[in-house]
Write a protein that binds this ligand. Structure first.
Ligand code: SF4
Length: 315
């Protein structure tokens, strides 16, 4: 009897997006330039390992600016902040470094612009997510949160002719299309955002996981449970035909029983996951007989962002 050929399909792109790379570098440079401690409001990016590593090097993660001593250095995370947070930091005399991803800032700018034009803004996103809180804070009187297609039925607006939808950057592309469809049935004059709010990294990682999922018995997504884009990858993998899909923070969470009877395992990772964690999962799979790794590149990715203004070297 011939043995089953076990293989891994490794999705590309995976791992750090340009916004996460910039935010992590910002903390590292701030630690070198100003010395420990530097304070970071919320998790700089949604990954347990990244946060733990930065903590070891002297970053102190806080929930609010009030926890930072006057004159301290504070970094704002990649997910963005409401204007009142920036103001509170100024009032306390903190030295602020804004690591908000430029693609989140783009959505903030859209929210401000449409609010100034007196539009009602339907923000598609997940309730309680930091990015949604930050974007809503730009125009709290004009923004209504729409958390998925089922929420569309209950939305109220002032004038159906002046309504625009915006979104969180890390949503499922397919589910967002459904939500917009449900909103447009209610408000046919609904205006689209000037350009995609779901960011390139989220879209590319979902496109890549779809390619591997259709041939995979099991898909393993490396990422933390509070990482929106990682959780979406699990959902997208299942919808695209994977036999099963699981989210793991690292190799230690891979359960051998998931792989019983599997011939093809798909592997990918969220936009805030260091490559060494993926390497750890591949190592575990190799030990279980999945030594043959085939990389499947769905989209080429070359995006790079400049460091936050406050950290760019003087000429
Ligand atoms: Fe920016 Fe997208 Fe990365 Fe979020 S996932 S930090 S929006 S590039």
């Amino acid at each position: 009897m011939s043995e089953t050929h076990r293989r891994v399909l490794l999705a590309k792109p995976r791992g750090y997006c340009a916004g996460v790379d910039r935010a992590v570098q910002a903390v590292e440079i701030a630690l070198t330039r100003f010395g420990a401690p530097v304070y970071v409001r919320k998790q700089i990016v949604h990954n347990t390992h990244v946060v733990n590593e930065l903590e070891k090097r002297g970053a102190v993660f806080v929930e609010d600016t009030e926890e930072v001593p006057e004159g301290g250095v504070i970094l704002f995370s990649a997910h963005g902040i409401a204007p009142e947070v920036r103001k509170a930091a100024e009032e306390r005399g903190l030295r602020a470094i804004d690591a908000t991803c430029p693609l989140v800032t783009k959505v903030h700018n859209e929210a401000r612009r449409f609010a100034a034009g007196d539009y009602d803004i339907l923000l598609i996103g997940h309730e309680g997510h930091e990015e949604v809180i930050g974007t809503t804070g730009e125009a709290p009187d004009r923004v209504t949160l729409v958390d998925g297609p089922e929420s569309a039925a209950g939305v109220e607006v002032r004038d159906p002719a002046k309504v625009v939808w915006l979104s969180q950057t890390t949503l499922s592309v397919d589910e967002t299309v459904q939500t917009v469809g449900a909103l447009r049935e209610r408000f046919p004059q609904l205006i689209d955002p000037p350009s995609d709010d779901i960011c390139y990294a989220t879209q590319n990682r979902q496109a890549a996981v779809k390619v591997i999922a259709r041939d995979a018995d099991v898909v393993i997504v490396v990422g933390s449970p509070n990482s929106s884009n990682s959780v979406r990858l699990v959902e997208v993998a299942k919808e695209a035909g994977a036999g099963a899909a699981y989210l793991v923070d690292d190799a230690g969470e891979v359960d051998d029983r998931w792989l019983e009877g599997a011939a093809t395992v798909g592997v990918t990772s969220g936009a805030s996951v260091p490559e060494e964690l993926v390497a750890g999962v591949l190592g575990k799979l190799a030990a279980l007989g999945f030594e043959d790794v085939e990389e499947v590149e769905a989209v080429k990715e070359r995006m790079v962002f400049q460091l936050p203004r406050e950290l760019r070297s003087p000429r």
